[in-house]
Write a new protein. Structure first.
Length: 476
């Protein structure tokens, strides 16, 4: 950067003019930089000569000084500019200050001598006065000159001698010299070529050695990296294999547990079904036997007996429902809860069959004897009929169809289109001849809802029998 004179220009010029003015008592002034900037300022002035000025100069700062001294030759006043650059100044700062010296010399005009100083010895008073005296144009005094005696003046002599080229120049020696010089040059060139070839060979060998070492190092790094990656992959594969084995073992254990649980549930359900069917068959057989017996009781006795049988049948159906719910509680808990909330399809209050069956008997008969056989008095299917079927006349289905299972071992199917239809959701295999078999999506027709857990219907193969109600869904 350029040096800054404008900031303190007035003070700089005032101090400089005091020094160069002969009428002023100030004989020196020192200038320096303001801290680390390039702004020049006045450091100090004085009247006691060189020694006082030297005390203001610092070894770690670049500075400038203007000094007025008396020339020892002429006795005249001389202005000396000192460019001070101490030995402790940083090298980077020295380069900047050296570019400022010409600007400082142009700013301080009127100095007769300019001196570059680095140490205190360079600004000694005797050294400064000697340099001022040497640079002075009047380096002698005319009053000191003395007359010299040079003696008589003679003719001017000469050392010139005429030369003979043929004698002075030896052709053979000249040719030999040039031949020797040419031979020496050839030897030098050959030696240089050999040295260059040897150097080239050496450098090539070093390059090949470095390349071989670098290639070997790269190969070692690559092998190490490949070995590490292979080990990592092997470890990952081993971990994956262990995880798969553990997953397979866990899956097998889960399958075995589910299989055992399913087998136990099926066994419990089958046992419950067997018990229910045994009780059902026993009850149907006993009812059939009681219905087949000829009765000579009067109308009141028959009504009392029928009401008692209906009460027993309702109690048995309630017990069968409770046992069926207990057997399938684990398999369909939510469906059982919904079924329990449904109202019973057949309520005792809706039974009007006794009155309908005997409505044709004359009330004035002294001995009312029923004309209809016992089987026609109370059809078995009315016990399990829905609310819609209860409105039909009891004569629509004969008594013999109800007890086909007790007599022939298989339920008789009702007339086609007389019942509801359902679609199979799961597959079911019949446990005995009283049940039917079906697959998913099979249509089961002529459904009779005997209770909440078991229904009767006709399978796709035409067989009529019982099946679990939670294995199908009704079709509207």
């Amino acid at each position: 950067m350029a040096i800054d004179f404008k900031t303190n220009q007035g003070e700089l010029l005032a101090a400089f003019n005091d020094v160069v003015n002969d009428s002023s008592s100030t004989d020196w002034a020192v200038f320096g930089y303001d801290k680390t900037s390039n702004t020049l300022k006045v450091v100090g002035t004085g009247e006691d000569g060189v020694e006082e000025m030297a005390e203001e100069l610092s070894d770690s700062k670049p500075m400038y000084a203007v000094l007025q001294v008396t020339d020892p030759n002429s006795g005249l006043k001389k202005n000396v500019q000192i460019n001070w650059l101490g030995e402790a100044v940083r090298e980077s700062r020295k380069g900047v200050v050296q570019r400022h010296v010409p600007d400082v010399e142009r700013f301080f005009k009127g100095c007769h001598v300019r001196i570059a100083a680095r140490t205190e010895d360079d600004v000694d008073e005797k050294v400064l006065l000697a340099k001022v005296a040497k640079s002075s144009g009047a380096n002698y005094g005319f009053h000191k000159e003395k007359k010299k005696d040079y003696g008589p003046i003679g003719a001017v002599g000469s050392v010139y001698q005429k030369t003979d080229a043929s004698q002075d120049i030896d052709v053979n020696s000249r040719n030999k010299y040039w031949a020797d010089s040419e031979a020496a040059e050839k030897r030098r060139v050959g030696e240089e070529q050999q040295a260059k070839a040897a150097e080239k060979t050496r450098l090539e060998a070093e390059r090949r050695g470095r390349e071989a070492a670098e290639s070997q190092r790269r190969d070692e790094v690559a092998r190490s990296r490949d070995a590490e990656m292979s080990a990592r992959k092997q470890q990952e594969r081993q971990q994956e294999q262990e995880q798969r084995e553990a997953e397979r073992a866990r899956w097998r254990q889960q399958q075995e547990a589910e299989t055992e649980e399913e087998s136990a549930r099926k066994e419990a359900a089958a046992a419950a079904r067997q018990e229910n069917w045994a009780a059902e068959r026993s009850r149907i057989a006993s009812n059939k036997a009681s219905f087949d017996m000829p009765s000579a009781r009067d109308e009141e006795e028959q009504r009392a007996a029928k009401e008692q049988r209906w009460e027993e049948e309702r109690q048995r159906i309630s017990e069968a429902k409770a046992s069926t719910r207990a057997a399938y509680a684990e398999e369909e808990p939510e469906e059982e809860e919904e079924e329990e909330q449904q109202p019973v399809q057949q309520e005792p209050e809706e039974e009007e069959e006794p009155q309908d069956m005997y409505q044709n008997v004359p009330s004035h008969s002294p001995e009312p004897v029923p004309v209809v056989p016992a089987r026609q008095e109370e059809p078995e299917q009315d016990l399990y009929a829905t609310a819609e079927e209860q409105d039909q006349e009891p004569e629509q289905e004969p008594e013999e169809d109800m007890y086909a299972t007790a007599e022939g071992g298989q339920d008789a199917a009702p007339a086609a289109g007389s019942g509801k239809r359902a679609r199979a959701v799961y597959d079911y295999q019949a446990e005995d001849e009283s049940e039917i078999t079906f697959d998913p999506d099979d249509i089961i027709e002529d459904i009779e809802m005997i209770d909440e857990g078991w229904w009767k219907g006709t399978a796709p193969d035409g067989k009529f029998g019982m099946f679990p109600a939670n294995y199908v869904e009704l079709i509207e």
